[in-house]
Write a protein that binds this ligand. Structure first.
Ligand SMILES: NC(=O)C1=CN([C@@H]2O[C@H](COP(=O)(O)OP(=O)(O)OC[C@H]3O[C@@H](n4cnc5c(N)ncnc54)[C@H](OP(=O)(O)O)[C@@H]3O)[C@@H](O)[C@H]2O)C=CC1
Ligand SMILES: CC(=O)N[C@@H](CCC(=O)OP(=O)(O)O)C(=O)O
Length: 344
C-alpha cells in the first residue's frame, strides 16, 4: 500500500505522517508540499527524525496518480483543484479540508468566500463522520473528512437529534479550541503574547463550520432549524471542547439519556460516554482518536447539556482520516489507532 500526504509540512499533515508511519498496512508514505522540493521533512519537523523516504516533492499529477491513496492536508482551494483528476484516475482521495464537505457549491462560496469544487465531485464526496456513515465510507472514492468542531459537535448531538428528543430550534453550541486548530503558519492572532492568558471569541455567527453542522443535522431530522454556534481560542496547544445546550421535548431521566448514548455508540471503538455526574476534559483525549462525551439534564430548565471533547489534530483531523482510510481499504477501522491518550 503506497500513500501520499499533500501538506505534510503542516500540523495535520505531520500528524498523518506519524500515524501512517506506524500503520500495519502502509508500506510507503511519501510527502508533498507546494513550497519545498527535495528537502527532508525533518527540516520542517525535526521530531520525525531521519526517516527513510521522507523527502518532500512538489505536486505533480502524474506522480500522484500512482498512489493507492492520497491525503490532502491543505488549506481550502487545493483539493478542490487537484482531487477530481486523481479520483478520475482511480486514486482514493481523503481530504481533510472543507472543500468537499458542503453539498451545495453556493453555500461553500458564501461561507468560505472562494470558488467551490465542481458540483459533480461535491455530489460524489462522502462525508466521513465515521460512526454515523460507515457504509458509505466503505464505498467512498472521494472522502471528505469532517471539520474539527463539527466532529465534536455532531458526535455529541447525534443521538438526541436522531431520536427527535430536542426542540429543533433550541441548539446552542459553545466551542473552544487549542491553537494548533489554526494551523502552523504564523499569524498575528496566534502569537504567544496574543493567546497566552487570554480567551478570544472569533467568527461569531460567521464560522464556516455552521453550515457543515446544519447540513448533517438536517439529514438526521429534516425539521432542524439553524443553530447558534460560537468558537473560542484558548491558551492550549491541542484539544476541542464543544459544550452543547438544547431544550428537550419531554422530560426524561439522566440515566435514560446516558443509556441512549451508550447504546448509540456501543459499536464505536472511539466514543466513550461518561457516567452520571462525570464530564470529560480535553487532556483526557490528548494525542488519541477518542471522542469523550459527558451529559447532564436540568429539570428546572428542561435543558440538556452535552460536553464533547476531542483532540483536534486526531479525531478532528488525522485520526479520523485514518479511521476512514481503513474502512475505504476494507480493514478494521481501528487499525493503527489503538492507543490511549498521553497524560498529563
Ligand atoms: N489544524 C486542525 O486542527 C485541523 C485542520 N483541518 C483542515 O486541514 C487542512 C490543513 O490544516 P493544518 O494542518 O492546520 O494547516 P497548516 O497551515 O499547518 O498546513 C497546511 C499545509 O498545506 C500546504 N499548502 C499550503 N498551500 C498549498 C498549496 N497551494 N498546495 C499544496 N499544499 C499547500 C502547506 O505547506 P507548503 O506551504 O509547504 O505547501 C502545509 O503543509 C486545512 O484545510 C484545515 O482547515 C481540519 C481539521 C482540524
Ligand atoms: C482555532 C482555529 O482557528 N480553528 C480553525 C479550524 C480549522 C478547520 O478545521 O477548518 P476547515 O473547515 O477549513 O477544515 C477555525 O476555527 O477556522
Amino acid at each position: 500500500m503506497k500513500v501520499a500526504i499533500i501538506g505534510a509540512t503542516g500540523y495535520s499533515g505531520a500528524e498523518l505522517f506519524r500515524l501512517l508511519q506506524a500503520h500495519p498496512h502502509v508500506d510507503r508514505c511519501d510527502v508533498y508540499s507546494s513550497s519545498q522540493d527535495g528537502v527532508h521533512l525533518s527540516e520542517s519537523f525535526p521530531h520525525v527524525g531521519a526517516v527513510d523516504g521522507a523527502v518532500l516533492h512538489k505536486l505533480d499529477i502524474e506522480a500522484l496518480a500512482k498512489y493507492d491513496a492520497v491525503f490532502f492536508a491543505t488549506p481550502p482551494g487545493v483539493s478542490g483543484e487537484w482531487a477530481p483528476a486523481l479520483v478520475d484516475r482511480g486514486v482514493k482521495v481523503i481530504d481533510l479540508s472543507g472543500d468537499f464537505r458542503l453539498k451545495d457549491g453556493a453555500v461553500y462560496e458564501r461561507w468560505y468566500g472562494r470558488e467551490a469544487a465542481p458540483a459533480a465531485y461535491l455530489k460524489r464526496a462522502v462525508y466521513g463522520l465515521t460512526e454515523w456513515n460507515r457504509d458509505a465510507v466503505r464505498e467512498a472514492e472521494l472522502l471528505s473528512n469532517p471539520g474539527c468542531y463539527p466532529t465534536a459537535t455532531l458526535l455529541g448531538l447525534a443521538p438526541l437529534v436522531k431520536e427527535r428528543l430536542i426542540e429543533e430550534d433550541s441548539i446552542i453550541v459553545d466551542a473552544k479550541s487549542g491553537v494548533s486548530g489554526a494551523g502552523r503558519k504564523a499569524g498575528l492572532g496566534t502569537h504567544f503574547s496574543e493567546v497566552n492568558e487570554n480567551v478570544k471569541i472569533y467568527k461569531v455567527n460567521a464560522h464556516q463550520h455552521i453550515p457543515e453542522i446544519e447540513q448533517m443535522l438536517g439529514t438526521w431530522n429534516g425539521a432542524m432549524k439553524p443553530i447558534t454556534f460560537s468558537t473560542h481560542l484558548i491558551p492550549m496547544t491541542r484539544g476541542i471542547m464543544s459544550t452543547i445546550y438544547a431544550k428537550v421535548k419531554q422530560p426524561f431521566s439522566l440515566n435514560d439519556l446516558i443509556d441512549l448514548y451508550k447504546t448509540s455508540y456501543e459499536d464505536a471503538s472511539f466514543v466513550r460516554i461518561r457516567q452520571p455526574g462525570k464530564f470529560p476534559a480535553t487532556k483526557e483525549v490528548y494525542g488519541s482518536n477518542y471522542c469523550d462525551i459527558g451529559l447532564a439534564y436540568d429539570e428546572r430548565t428542561g435543558r440538556v447539556t452535552v460536553v464533547s471533547v476531542i483532540d483536534n489534530l486526531m479525531k478532528g483531523a488525522a485520526g479520523q482520516a485514518v479511521q476512514n482510510f481503513n474502512l475505504m481499504m476494507g480493514w478494521d477501522e481501528v487499525e493503527g489507532l489503538c492507543f490511549l491518550p498521553t497524560y498529563p
